[in-house]
Design a binder for this molecule. Structure first.
Ligand code: FES
Length: 54
């Protein structure tokens, strides 16, 4: 969620430097999903297409 992890989209603890909390995500079924990597999605942690405007 903070954008600082060197292992995105997974948390590596880097959020501690900016006082943010990680966003939990549990896959409820086996499927293909697209997770937001640009940090602008209004439906995080999923991509909503907002990256196209960057
Ligand atoms: S990658 Fe962030 S909205 Fe698509």
């Amino acid at each position: 969620a903070c954008g600082r992890s060197a292992n995105q989209p997974f948390c590596d603890g880097s959020h501690k430097a900016v006082g943010m909390a990680p966003m939990g995500f549990t896959a409820e079924k086996t499927d293909t999903v697209y997770l937001c990597g640009c940090k602008t999605s209004k439906n995080a942690p999923f991509c909503d297409g907002s990256h196209k405007a960057l």
